[in-house]
Write a protein that binds this ligand. Sequence first.
Ligand code: GDP
Ligand code: IMO
Ligand code: MG
Length: 430
Amino acid sequence: MPVIVLVGAQWGDEGKGKATDLLGDRLDYVVKFNGGNNAGHTVVIKGEKYALHLLPSGILTPGVTPVIGNGVVVDLAVLFQEIDGLEARGIDTSRLRISANAHVIPSYNRSLDKVSERYLGARRIGTTGRGIGPTYADKMNRMGVRIQDLFDESILRQKVEAALSFKNQVLSKIYNRQAVKPEDVVKELLSYVDRLRPYVGDTALELSEALDAGKVVLCEAGQATLLDVDHGTYPFVTSSNATAGGACTGSGIPPTRIDRVVAVLKAFTSRVGEGPFPTELHDKFGDYLREVGHEYGTTTGRPRRIGWLDLVIGRYAQRINGVTDFALTKLDNYDGLDEIPVCVAYDVNGVRHDEMPINQTDFHHAIPIFETLPGWKQDISGCRTFEDLPKDAQHFVEFVEQRLGARVSIVGVGPGREAVIERHSVLGDA
Ligand code: GDP
Ligand code: IMO
Ligand code: MG
Protein backbone atom coordinates (compact mmCIF):
# COMPACT_ATOMS: atom_id res chain seq x y z
CA MET A 1 0.00 0.00 0.00
CA PRO A 2 2.47 2.75 0.99
CA VAL A 3 3.86 5.17 -1.57
CA ILE A 4 6.88 7.20 -0.52
CA VAL A 5 8.09 10.10 -2.63
CA LEU A 6 11.75 10.99 -2.31
CA VAL A 7 12.92 14.40 -3.55
CA GLY A 8 15.95 16.66 -3.38
CA ALA A 9 15.53 19.75 -1.18
CA GLN A 10 18.16 22.00 -2.78
CA TRP A 11 19.81 22.14 -6.23
CA GLY A 12 20.51 18.44 -6.62
CA ASP A 13 23.25 16.03 -5.54
CA GLU A 14 21.95 15.84 -1.97
CA GLY A 15 22.48 12.08 -1.82
CA LYS A 16 19.11 10.88 -3.15
CA GLY A 17 20.69 7.79 -4.67
CA LYS A 18 22.19 6.74 -1.37
CA ALA A 19 18.92 7.40 0.50
CA THR A 20 16.96 5.26 -1.98
CA ASP A 21 19.55 2.53 -1.72
CA LEU A 22 19.34 2.65 2.07
CA LEU A 23 15.60 1.98 1.96
CA GLY A 24 16.03 -0.54 -0.87
CA ASP A 25 15.43 -3.80 0.94
CA ARG A 26 12.13 -2.51 2.35
CA LEU A 27 10.81 -1.57 -1.09
CA ASP A 28 9.15 -3.51 -3.90
CA TYR A 29 9.26 -0.83 -6.62
CA VAL A 30 11.44 2.24 -7.24
CA VAL A 31 10.04 4.62 -9.86
CA LYS A 32 12.02 7.37 -11.54
CA PHE A 33 9.39 9.93 -12.47
CA ASN A 34 11.21 12.90 -14.02
CA GLY A 35 14.39 13.95 -15.79
CA GLY A 36 16.74 11.66 -17.65
CA ASN A 37 20.46 11.14 -17.79
CA ASN A 38 21.10 14.67 -16.56
CA ALA A 39 20.90 13.02 -13.11
CA GLY A 40 23.93 11.43 -11.50
CA HIS A 41 23.57 9.33 -8.39
CA THR A 42 26.61 7.80 -6.72
CA VAL A 43 25.89 4.81 -4.52
CA VAL A 44 28.63 3.11 -2.55
CA ILE A 45 28.05 -0.50 -1.51
CA LYS A 46 30.77 -2.39 0.36
CA GLY A 47 33.35 0.10 -0.93
CA GLU A 48 32.20 -0.37 -4.56
CA LYS A 49 31.04 2.77 -6.32
CA TYR A 50 28.10 2.78 -8.74
CA ALA A 51 27.22 5.87 -10.82
CA LEU A 52 23.64 5.82 -12.06
CA HIS A 53 22.14 8.31 -14.48
CA LEU A 54 19.02 6.98 -16.11
CA LEU A 55 18.24 3.85 -14.15
CA PRO A 56 16.45 4.28 -10.81
CA SER A 57 18.78 3.71 -7.83
CA GLY A 58 16.57 0.80 -6.75
CA ILE A 59 18.16 -1.26 -9.52
CA LEU A 60 21.00 -2.09 -7.12
CA THR A 61 18.72 -3.90 -4.68
CA PRO A 62 17.84 -7.49 -5.56
CA GLY A 63 14.08 -7.93 -5.42
CA VAL A 64 13.21 -4.32 -6.24
CA THR A 65 11.46 -3.69 -9.54
CA PRO A 66 12.89 -0.49 -11.03
CA VAL A 67 10.51 1.55 -13.17
CA ILE A 68 11.21 4.33 -15.65
CA GLY A 69 7.96 6.29 -15.50
CA ASN A 70 6.13 8.20 -18.21
CA GLY A 71 7.59 11.50 -16.95
CA VAL A 72 11.16 10.49 -17.81
CA VAL A 73 13.02 11.32 -21.01
CA VAL A 74 15.07 8.35 -22.22
CA ASP A 75 18.31 8.37 -24.16
CA LEU A 76 18.28 4.81 -25.46
CA ALA A 77 22.03 4.61 -26.09
CA VAL A 78 22.66 5.62 -22.47
CA LEU A 79 20.00 3.21 -21.22
CA PHE A 80 21.68 0.19 -22.78
CA GLN A 81 25.19 1.37 -21.86
CA GLU A 82 24.07 1.61 -18.26
CA ILE A 83 22.33 -1.77 -18.34
CA ASP A 84 25.41 -3.40 -19.89
CA GLY A 85 27.71 -1.71 -17.36
CA LEU A 86 25.69 -3.03 -14.41
CA GLU A 87 25.26 -6.51 -15.88
CA ALA A 88 29.04 -6.70 -16.34
CA ARG A 89 29.35 -6.07 -12.59
CA GLY A 90 26.89 -8.82 -11.75
CA ILE A 91 23.78 -6.66 -11.17
CA ASP A 92 20.60 -8.23 -12.51
CA THR A 93 18.67 -5.60 -14.52
CA SER A 94 16.06 -7.92 -16.01
CA ARG A 95 13.23 -6.64 -13.78
CA LEU A 96 13.37 -3.13 -15.27
CA ARG A 97 10.08 -1.72 -16.53
CA ILE A 98 9.76 1.25 -18.89
CA SER A 99 6.60 3.23 -19.53
CA ALA A 100 5.39 3.12 -23.13
CA ASN A 101 4.53 6.80 -22.68
CA ALA A 102 8.02 7.97 -21.70
CA HIS A 103 9.63 10.23 -24.28
CA VAL A 104 12.79 9.42 -26.19
CA ILE A 105 15.72 11.84 -26.47
CA PRO A 106 16.57 11.78 -30.19
CA SER A 107 20.13 12.70 -31.15
CA TYR A 108 19.02 16.01 -32.69
CA ASN A 109 17.90 17.21 -29.26
CA ARG A 110 21.33 16.58 -27.79
CA SER A 111 22.80 18.70 -30.59
CA LEU A 112 20.21 21.44 -30.06
CA ASP A 113 20.87 21.51 -26.30
CA LYS A 114 24.58 22.06 -26.88
CA VAL A 115 24.34 24.61 -29.70
CA SER A 116 21.65 26.64 -27.98
CA GLU A 117 23.81 26.90 -24.84
CA ARG A 118 26.73 28.09 -26.94
CA TYR A 119 24.43 30.59 -28.65
CA LEU A 120 23.25 31.97 -25.29
CA GLY A 121 26.85 32.71 -24.27
CA ALA A 122 26.89 34.59 -20.98
CA ARG A 123 23.14 33.94 -20.56
CA ARG A 124 23.56 30.16 -20.73
CA ILE A 125 21.85 27.88 -18.19
CA GLY A 126 24.83 25.57 -17.81
CA THR A 127 22.83 22.49 -18.80
CA THR A 128 24.27 19.00 -18.79
CA GLY A 129 24.04 18.95 -22.60
CA ARG A 130 22.03 15.74 -22.59
CA GLY A 131 19.10 17.05 -24.66
CA ILE A 132 16.76 17.31 -21.68
CA GLY A 133 15.31 20.80 -22.35
CA PRO A 134 14.62 20.33 -26.08
CA THR A 135 12.99 16.93 -25.44
CA TYR A 136 10.61 18.27 -22.78
CA ALA A 137 9.91 21.24 -25.07
CA ASP A 138 8.96 18.77 -27.84
CA LYS A 139 6.69 16.94 -25.41
CA MET A 140 4.82 20.15 -24.56
CA ASN A 141 4.83 21.18 -28.22
CA ARG A 142 3.30 17.82 -29.08
CA MET A 143 6.12 16.93 -31.41
CA GLY A 144 7.92 14.40 -29.21
CA VAL A 145 8.74 10.78 -29.90
CA ARG A 146 7.53 8.29 -27.30
CA ILE A 147 8.85 4.83 -26.49
CA GLN A 148 5.67 3.28 -27.92
CA ASP A 149 6.29 4.99 -31.29
CA LEU A 150 9.32 2.77 -31.80
CA PHE A 151 7.05 -0.22 -32.19
CA ASP A 152 5.22 1.28 -35.17
CA GLU A 153 7.75 2.07 -37.86
CA SER A 154 5.51 4.21 -40.05
CA ILE A 155 4.33 6.32 -37.09
CA LEU A 156 7.93 6.70 -35.96
CA ARG A 157 8.99 7.87 -39.40
CA GLN A 158 6.11 10.38 -39.56
CA LYS A 159 6.96 11.81 -36.13
CA VAL A 160 10.67 12.14 -36.78
CA GLU A 161 10.03 13.73 -40.20
CA ALA A 162 7.55 16.19 -38.70
CA ALA A 163 9.94 17.16 -35.91
CA LEU A 164 12.89 17.53 -38.25
CA SER A 165 10.99 19.58 -40.82
CA PHE A 166 10.99 22.24 -38.12
CA LYS A 167 14.23 21.49 -36.29
CA ASN A 168 16.37 21.29 -39.40
CA GLN A 169 15.37 24.88 -40.15
CA VAL A 170 16.51 25.89 -36.68
CA LEU A 171 19.72 23.89 -36.88
CA SER A 172 20.72 25.18 -40.29
CA LYS A 173 19.32 28.72 -40.38
CA ILE A 174 19.87 29.86 -36.79
CA TYR A 175 22.76 27.75 -35.62
CA ASN A 176 24.49 27.21 -38.95
CA ARG A 177 24.66 23.44 -38.45
CA GLN A 178 24.10 20.61 -40.90
CA ALA A 179 20.55 19.37 -41.30
CA VAL A 180 19.86 15.91 -39.85
CA LYS A 181 18.49 13.18 -42.13
CA PRO A 182 15.22 11.73 -40.75
CA GLU A 183 16.21 8.30 -42.05
CA ASP A 184 19.39 8.28 -39.93
CA VAL A 185 17.41 9.06 -36.77
CA VAL A 186 14.75 6.45 -37.53
CA LYS A 187 17.42 3.84 -38.25
CA GLU A 188 19.19 4.51 -34.97
CA LEU A 189 15.99 4.38 -32.93
CA LEU A 190 14.81 1.18 -34.63
CA SER A 191 18.11 -0.49 -33.80
CA TYR A 192 17.03 -0.59 -30.12
CA VAL A 193 13.56 -2.04 -30.65
CA ASP A 194 14.27 -5.72 -30.07
CA ARG A 195 16.22 -5.11 -26.89
CA LEU A 196 13.70 -2.61 -25.64
CA ARG A 197 10.53 -4.65 -26.15
CA PRO A 198 10.60 -6.87 -23.04
CA TYR A 199 10.96 -3.90 -20.69
CA VAL A 200 8.07 -1.82 -22.03
CA GLY A 201 4.58 -1.78 -20.63
CA ASP A 202 1.73 0.16 -19.06
CA THR A 203 3.67 0.99 -15.91
CA ALA A 204 0.87 3.13 -14.42
CA LEU A 205 -1.39 0.07 -14.51
CA GLU A 206 1.36 -2.21 -13.17
CA LEU A 207 1.98 0.17 -10.25
CA SER A 208 -1.71 0.47 -9.50
CA GLU A 209 -2.03 -3.32 -9.35
CA ALA A 210 1.10 -3.59 -7.22
CA LEU A 211 -0.33 -1.09 -4.73
CA ASP A 212 -3.61 -2.97 -4.60
CA ALA A 213 -1.57 -6.07 -3.76
CA GLY A 214 0.07 -4.27 -0.81
CA LYS A 215 3.45 -3.57 -2.38
CA VAL A 216 5.70 -0.69 -1.24
CA VAL A 217 6.58 1.87 -3.91
CA LEU A 218 9.17 4.63 -3.73
CA CYS A 219 9.08 7.41 -6.33
CA GLU A 220 12.58 8.80 -6.70
CA ALA A 221 13.12 12.31 -8.08
CA GLY A 222 15.99 13.31 -10.28
CA GLN A 223 17.23 16.90 -9.73
CA ALA A 224 15.61 18.84 -6.89
CA THR A 225 13.17 21.45 -5.62
CA LEU A 226 15.07 24.53 -6.79
CA LEU A 227 15.69 22.96 -10.20
CA ASP A 228 11.94 22.33 -10.68
CA VAL A 229 10.64 24.12 -13.77
CA ASP A 230 7.70 25.62 -11.83
CA HIS A 231 9.02 26.02 -8.30
CA GLY A 232 12.75 26.45 -8.86
CA THR A 233 15.01 29.37 -9.70
CA TYR A 234 13.63 29.76 -13.22
CA PRO A 235 15.16 29.98 -15.84
CA PHE A 236 18.15 28.36 -14.11
CA VAL A 237 16.31 25.09 -13.68
CA THR A 238 15.85 21.79 -15.43
CA SER A 239 12.81 21.26 -17.67
CA SER A 240 10.76 18.87 -15.53
CA ASN A 241 8.85 18.82 -12.24
CA ALA A 242 11.31 17.47 -9.69
CA THR A 243 9.05 18.27 -6.72
CA ALA A 244 6.62 15.85 -5.07
CA GLY A 245 3.74 16.80 -7.39
CA GLY A 246 5.79 15.54 -10.32
CA ALA A 247 5.74 12.07 -8.79
CA CYS A 248 2.03 11.78 -9.64
CA THR A 249 2.11 13.12 -13.18
CA GLY A 250 5.39 11.35 -13.93
CA SER A 251 4.31 7.91 -12.74
CA GLY A 252 0.52 7.76 -13.00
CA ILE A 253 0.20 7.19 -9.24
CA PRO A 254 -2.62 9.42 -7.96
CA PRO A 255 -2.04 11.94 -5.11
CA THR A 256 -4.48 10.09 -2.85
CA ARG A 257 -2.11 7.11 -2.73
CA ILE A 258 0.93 9.01 -1.46
CA ASP A 259 1.69 8.45 2.22
CA ARG A 260 5.04 10.06 2.92
CA VAL A 261 7.40 12.56 1.33
CA VAL A 262 11.08 12.34 2.18
CA ALA A 263 13.31 15.27 1.22
CA VAL A 264 17.04 14.77 1.09
CA LEU A 265 18.86 17.82 2.42
CA LYS A 266 22.63 18.10 2.29
CA ALA A 267 24.18 19.62 5.42
CA PHE A 268 25.67 22.30 3.16
CA THR A 269 24.54 23.45 -0.30
CA SER A 270 25.86 22.76 -3.79
CA ARG A 271 24.85 23.84 -7.24
CA VAL A 272 26.03 22.86 -10.72
CA GLY A 273 25.45 25.27 -13.59
CA GLU A 274 24.45 28.91 -13.55
CA GLY A 275 21.96 30.85 -11.43
CA PRO A 276 21.56 32.64 -8.10
CA PHE A 277 22.98 31.05 -4.93
CA PRO A 278 22.77 33.29 -1.82
CA THR A 279 25.04 31.30 0.52
CA GLU A 280 27.69 30.54 -2.12
CA LEU A 281 31.25 30.48 -0.79
CA HIS A 282 34.22 31.84 -2.70
CA ASP A 283 36.74 31.25 0.06
CA LYS A 284 38.74 28.48 1.71
CA PHE A 285 35.62 27.01 3.33
CA GLY A 286 34.03 26.42 -0.08
CA ASP A 287 37.22 24.77 -1.34
CA TYR A 288 37.45 22.73 1.85
CA LEU A 289 33.87 21.39 1.63
CA ARG A 290 34.29 20.66 -2.10
CA GLU A 291 37.35 18.55 -1.34
CA VAL A 292 36.15 16.68 1.75
CA GLY A 293 32.75 16.14 0.12
CA HIS A 294 34.19 15.15 -3.30
CA GLU A 295 31.81 17.67 -4.80
CA TYR A 296 32.41 17.12 -8.50
CA GLY A 297 29.50 16.32 -10.83
CA THR A 298 28.73 12.63 -11.33
CA THR A 299 27.39 13.42 -14.80
CA THR A 300 29.65 16.14 -16.21
CA GLY A 301 32.60 16.10 -13.78
CA ARG A 302 32.18 19.87 -13.24
CA PRO A 303 33.31 21.20 -9.83
CA ARG A 304 30.14 21.94 -7.88
CA ARG A 305 29.56 25.43 -6.52
CA ILE A 306 29.47 25.22 -2.71
CA GLY A 307 27.69 27.23 0.00
CA TRP A 308 26.58 27.03 3.63
CA LEU A 309 23.33 25.34 4.58
CA ASP A 310 20.36 27.55 3.70
CA LEU A 311 17.29 26.91 5.84
CA VAL A 312 15.13 29.39 3.93
CA ILE A 313 15.49 26.93 1.05
CA GLY A 314 14.97 23.98 3.41
CA ARG A 315 11.68 25.41 4.68
CA TYR A 316 10.59 26.21 1.14
CA ALA A 317 11.28 22.60 0.15
CA GLN A 318 9.28 21.43 3.16
CA ARG A 319 6.31 23.54 2.12
CA ILE A 320 6.33 22.87 -1.64
CA ASN A 321 6.81 19.12 -1.26
CA GLY A 322 4.77 18.55 1.91
CA VAL A 323 7.79 16.89 3.46
CA THR A 324 7.09 14.45 6.29
CA ASP A 325 10.71 13.39 6.85
CA PHE A 326 14.09 14.87 6.03
CA ALA A 327 17.24 12.88 5.35
CA LEU A 328 20.13 15.15 6.37
CA THR A 329 23.20 13.97 4.47
CA LYS A 330 26.93 14.59 4.64
CA LEU A 331 26.97 15.79 8.24
CA ASP A 332 30.40 14.15 8.47
CA ASN A 333 31.82 16.71 6.02
CA TYR A 334 31.68 19.25 8.88
CA ASP A 335 33.90 17.13 11.15
CA GLY A 336 36.93 19.41 10.70
CA LEU A 337 35.25 22.79 11.26
CA ASP A 338 35.37 24.89 14.45
CA GLU A 339 32.04 26.51 13.76
CA ILE A 340 29.27 26.20 11.20
CA PRO A 341 27.29 29.17 9.88
CA VAL A 342 23.69 28.32 8.89
CA CYS A 343 21.53 30.74 6.89
CA VAL A 344 18.20 31.33 8.64
CA ALA A 345 16.82 34.30 6.66
CA TYR A 346 17.79 36.80 3.94
CA ASP A 347 18.36 40.51 3.93
CA VAL A 348 17.09 42.00 0.68
CA ASN A 349 17.73 45.72 0.39
CA GLY A 350 17.46 46.12 4.16
CA VAL A 351 14.29 44.03 4.53
CA ARG A 352 14.39 40.68 6.35
CA HIS A 353 12.89 37.73 4.43
CA ASP A 354 12.13 34.55 6.32
CA GLU A 355 10.56 33.00 3.22
CA MET A 356 11.85 32.75 -0.35
CA PRO A 357 11.46 36.17 -2.00
CA ILE A 358 8.71 36.10 -4.59
CA ASN A 359 10.78 37.54 -7.38
CA GLN A 360 13.99 36.32 -8.80
CA THR A 361 15.72 39.70 -8.72
CA ASP A 362 15.31 39.83 -4.94
CA PHE A 363 16.63 36.29 -4.67
CA HIS A 364 19.67 37.35 -6.72
CA HIS A 365 20.26 40.17 -4.24
CA ALA A 366 19.55 38.18 -1.07
CA ILE A 367 22.26 38.46 1.56
CA PRO A 368 22.20 35.55 4.00
CA ILE A 369 21.57 36.16 7.69
CA PHE A 370 23.55 33.50 9.55
CA GLU A 371 23.38 31.87 12.94
CA THR A 372 26.63 30.18 13.82
CA LEU A 373 26.64 26.80 15.52
CA PRO A 374 29.63 25.18 17.22
CA GLY A 375 31.42 22.41 15.37
CA TRP A 376 32.32 19.08 17.01
CA LYS A 377 35.85 18.53 15.64
CA GLN A 378 35.52 14.79 15.76
CA ASP A 379 35.12 11.94 13.27
CA ILE A 380 31.42 10.97 13.27
CA SER A 381 31.58 8.48 10.40
CA GLY A 382 31.35 5.53 12.81
CA CYS A 383 28.25 6.80 14.65
CA ARG A 384 25.18 4.61 14.14
CA THR A 385 22.71 6.06 16.66
CA PHE A 386 21.78 9.63 17.46
CA GLU A 387 23.25 9.18 20.94
CA ASP A 388 26.61 8.17 19.39
CA LEU A 389 26.90 11.67 17.90
CA PRO A 390 28.84 14.31 19.85
CA LYS A 391 26.53 16.77 21.65
CA ASP A 392 27.30 19.60 19.21
CA ALA A 393 26.40 17.42 16.22
CA GLN A 394 23.14 16.42 17.96
CA HIS A 395 22.47 20.08 18.55
CA PHE A 396 23.09 20.85 14.86
CA VAL A 397 20.54 18.21 13.80
CA GLU A 398 17.98 19.44 16.35
CA PHE A 399 18.48 23.05 15.29
CA VAL A 400 17.87 22.16 11.66
CA GLU A 401 14.85 20.04 12.55
CA GLN A 402 13.29 22.80 14.58
CA ARG A 403 13.73 25.37 11.80
CA LEU A 404 12.47 23.06 9.04
CA GLY A 405 9.19 22.11 10.61
CA ALA A 406 9.56 18.38 9.84
CA ARG A 407 11.49 15.65 11.57
CA VAL A 408 15.00 14.69 10.51
CA SER A 409 14.59 10.93 10.31
CA ILE A 410 17.85 9.97 8.62
CA VAL A 411 21.33 11.42 9.17
CA GLY A 412 24.13 10.55 6.74
CA VAL A 413 27.62 10.25 8.23
CA GLY A 414 29.55 8.83 5.26
CA PRO A 415 29.16 7.73 1.63
CA GLY A 416 28.74 4.00 2.32
CA ARG A 417 25.39 2.21 2.62
CA GLU A 418 26.10 1.52 6.30
CA ALA A 419 27.16 5.06 7.24
CA VAL A 420 23.79 6.26 8.39
CA ILE A 421 21.74 6.96 11.49
CA GLU A 422 18.04 6.13 11.24
CA ARG A 423 16.17 8.02 13.95
CA HIS A 424 12.68 7.21 12.70
CA SER A 425 11.46 4.78 10.09
CA VAL A 426 10.30 6.80 7.08
CA LEU A 427 8.02 3.93 6.10
CA GLY A 428 6.89 3.88 9.74
CA ASP A 429 3.19 4.17 10.25
CA ALA A 430 2.42 4.46 6.51
P1 GDP B 1 22.13 12.52 -5.81
O1 GDP B 1 22.21 13.04 -7.21
O2 GDP B 1 21.17 13.29 -4.96
O3 GDP B 1 21.86 11.04 -5.76
O4 GDP B 1 23.56 12.77 -5.14
P2 GDP B 1 25.02 12.48 -5.80
O5 GDP B 1 25.24 11.02 -5.81
O6 GDP B 1 25.16 13.23 -7.08
O7 GDP B 1 25.95 13.22 -4.77
C1 GDP B 1 25.98 12.84 -3.43
C2 GDP B 1 27.39 12.34 -3.08
O8 GDP B 1 27.52 12.32 -1.69
C3 GDP B 1 27.69 10.94 -3.54
O9 GDP B 1 29.04 10.89 -3.91
C4 GDP B 1 27.40 10.07 -2.33
O10 GDP B 1 28.20 8.89 -2.28
C5 GDP B 1 27.82 11.00 -1.23
N1 GDP B 1 27.08 10.86 0.04
C6 GDP B 1 25.74 10.65 0.22
N2 GDP B 1 25.43 10.71 1.54
C7 GDP B 1 26.60 10.98 2.19
C8 GDP B 1 26.93 11.20 3.57
O11 GDP B 1 26.09 11.18 4.46
N3 GDP B 1 28.25 11.47 3.84
C9 GDP B 1 29.21 11.53 2.87
N4 GDP B 1 30.46 11.81 3.23
N5 GDP B 1 28.92 11.33 1.57
C10 GDP B 1 27.63 11.07 1.24
P1 IMO C 1 20.77 14.92 -9.66
O1 IMO C 1 19.58 14.03 -9.91
C1 IMO C 1 22.58 18.87 -10.06
C2 IMO C 1 21.30 21.26 -13.52
C3 IMO C 1 22.31 21.54 -14.60
C4 IMO C 1 21.83 22.90 -15.07
C5 IMO C 1 20.30 22.76 -14.99
C6 IMO C 1 19.64 22.41 -16.31
O2 IMO C 1 22.08 14.22 -9.74
O3 IMO C 1 20.58 15.71 -8.40
P2 IMO C 1 19.53 20.18 -17.75
O4 IMO C 1 20.62 19.39 -18.43
O5 IMO C 1 18.72 19.40 -16.78
O6 IMO C 1 18.68 20.92 -18.75
O7 IMO C 1 20.32 21.33 -16.93
O8 IMO C 1 20.07 21.74 -14.05
N1 IMO C 1 21.11 19.83 -13.21
C7 IMO C 1 21.56 19.23 -12.09
N2 IMO C 1 22.31 19.72 -11.08
N3 IMO C 1 22.12 17.61 -10.01
C8 IMO C 1 21.34 17.10 -11.01
O9 IMO C 1 20.75 15.90 -10.93
C9 IMO C 1 21.06 17.92 -12.13
N4 IMO C 1 20.36 17.75 -13.27
C10 IMO C 1 20.38 18.92 -13.91
O10 IMO C 1 23.62 21.60 -14.08
O11 IMO C 1 22.21 23.90 -14.16
MG1 MG D 1 23.65 13.83 -8.51
